[in-house]
Design a protein around this ligand. Structure first.
Ligand code: UDP
Length: 244
């Protein structure tokens, strides 16, 4: 399914864009293209070595974009490698509504807070990290949206034949226990949790070097972890059963 939607879907989109004379594209890629990173914080020059099917499809689309942009004139393309986007629009009207039981930490936490799930499972407290739990570079979806707008403005100012890749993160990794604590500080709600074994395929720590985006686009993530928690919770409260 990832290959069909991500790769075939992107290929068809590029064909339609070429036919319509539209050659400017911002692609939503992912930090998962780095697999188990060789260095942390991760710069854009780090080796692309995905270790799961989703990551392989994102890396393949990036490669396809490179090939299109280098072998045809006029393309302006940016691949944005997202770290861990979380939170919601501050209105509480736009948020994340995963189908079934959430896999990701943030929607799981907001569903525990809403009483839909009993407790959070902390996947491992024996990683070589500050407190033993996994560390990730969480960024607010509104910061992510602003990065897209900044990227598009930048591309539109270029004459053509440009291909860029940016990491999008805050540059500051936070642990699972830190997220649980920040959620309580931001919302007043304690999240019951139990330490469980590590989840297969998880890496100890992911953290962006966001310096290239700052230099080229003038973009930096501004919103705090507490804001991510507050806005994510506002959406969950307004939509206790998701959009249904
Ligand atoms: N995590 C956890 N319990 C959960 C979901 C995630 O402890 O129910 C941990 C996970 O092991 C990782 C971090 O939270 O260290 C972020 O996981 P998520 O799935 O949100 O993002 P990703 O693994 O894609 O970075």
């Amino acid at each position: 399914l990832y290959w069909d939607v991500n790769l075939s879907g992107s290929r068809v989109l590029l064909e339609a864009m070429a036919a319509a004379g539209c050659r400017t594209l911002v692609f939503s890629s992912s930090a998962t293209v780095y697999g188990i990173p060789e260095q942390v914080p991760i710069p854009e020059t780090a080796q692309v070595q995905p270790n799961n099917p989703y990551g392989h499809t994102k890396a393949a689309v990036e490669q396809m974009l490179t090939d299109v942009a280098t072998s045809n004139p006029g393309w302006r393309v940016a691949s944005l490698r997202y770290f861990n986007p979380v939170g919601a629009h501050p209105s509480g009207q736009l948020g994340e509504d995963p189908s079934g039981i959430p896999n990701n930490l943030f929607p799981y936490i907001t569903q525990v807070a809403a009483g839909r799930l009993e407790h959070l499972r902390v996947f491992g407290n024996d990683y070589p990290t500050r407190d033993g739990s996994g560390e990730r570079d969480y960024l607010h979806v509104m910061d992510l949206a602003e990065a897209h707008a900044a990227t598009l403005s930048y591309l539109m100012q270029q004459k053509g034949d440009i291909q860029l890749t940016f990491n999008l993160g805050t540059g500051q990794a936070r642990s699972v226990f830190e997220v649980i604590k920040a959620f309580q500080t931001a919302t007043g709600i304690a999240i019951p949790h139990k330490v469980c074994p590590r989840r297969p395929g998880d890496v100890p720590k992911l953290e962006a070097s966001p310096e290239l985006a700052a230099q080229v686009l003038g973009w930096r993530a501004k919103r705090s972890l507490e804001q991510m928690c507050r806005d994510g919770w506002a959406w969950q409260q307004a939509n206790p059963n998701g959009y249904r």
